[in-house]
Design a protein around this ligand. Sequence first.
Ligand SMILES: NC(=O)c1ccc[n+]([C@@H]2O[C@H](COP(=O)([O-])OP(=O)(O)OC[C@H]3O[C@@H](n4cnc5c(N)ncnc54)[C@H](OP(=O)(O)O)[C@@H]3O)[C@@H](O)[C@H]2O)c1
Length: 258
Amino acid sequence: MKQKGIDTFLGKRVWVIGASSGIGHACAKALLSAGAKVAISSRRMEQLHQLAGSASTEQVLALPVDVIHESQITQAHQIILERWGGLDLLLFVSGMYLPMRADDFDITLAEKTINTNLLGPMRAVAAVLPAMLTKHAGHIAIVGSVAGYSGLPKALAYGPSKAGIINFCETLYYDLLPRGVSVHMISPGFVATEATAQNDFEMPALMTPEQAAQEILQGIQAGEFDIHFPKRFSGFLKLLRILPYPLYFWIVRRFVKI
Ligand SMILES: NC(=O)c1ccc[n+]([C@@H]2O[C@H](COP(=O)([O-])OP(=O)(O)OC[C@H]3O[C@@H](n4cnc5c(N)ncnc54)[C@H](OP(=O)(O)O)[C@@H]3O)[C@@H](O)[C@H]2O)c1
């Protein structure tokens, strides 16, 4: 049994949460070019209005959302349903990254990270799922990270938030496959965005947001559950996580110099 893909984005109703910059911005732009109707959300409205540009309000809806507030998510979803009568794809991209090690562990920042990166997608899924289940149709795509595969340096709060996304998506997939709703778990490697601009080390296999968007949208179209890229980097990290711990930690200490 294989989950459904999307033959064309033309006319599809898509909600991109986290569309104001980086990967989400590039996805929204590509979707608009492909003729989708795109609702774009995040906190910075100025960026969203710029992205909407001269597109008609029939094609693009800029809806403010802070993903830590459930009410803002449900209100925006309600507007989408009223305007477009339904939603074909939820693409949740929003996320925050604060490098953190054990010697500067900050519980307030850790809570904020989990609230945004893990509870944020859960809130959005809770909002869209009932209508998708009723229709036995729809797609839920969530951007996690290869940092969720296994413990890595400087990812003391970010890593667990993304590891949670992997488990959440796996469990959703298990439940939703027989119900006609597709789930896409997206695990990017390094992408050059505002989030990674703070990194003070050389990022291996760095991609542009446009390349990342292409991988994401192609994967969704093909109905893939596990969308990870670039393969030479994500494939290597997938291999690392099946190694015995002593070997895994030895390799990370030896080769990850950050
Ligand atoms: N860049 C990478 O190398 C990389 C690798 C793996 C995974 N990722 C993941 O990819 C996603 C996008 O990151 P990016 O690299 O494109 O970074 P980015 O340019 O910093 O974009 C982050 C997006 O998340 C939104 N956001 C943050 N907090 C939010 C909140 N509370 N409510 C609503 N939206 C919020 C931001 O919008 P506002 O500030 O306008 O709210 C922005 O649109 C994240 O989930 C990140 O973890 C990135």
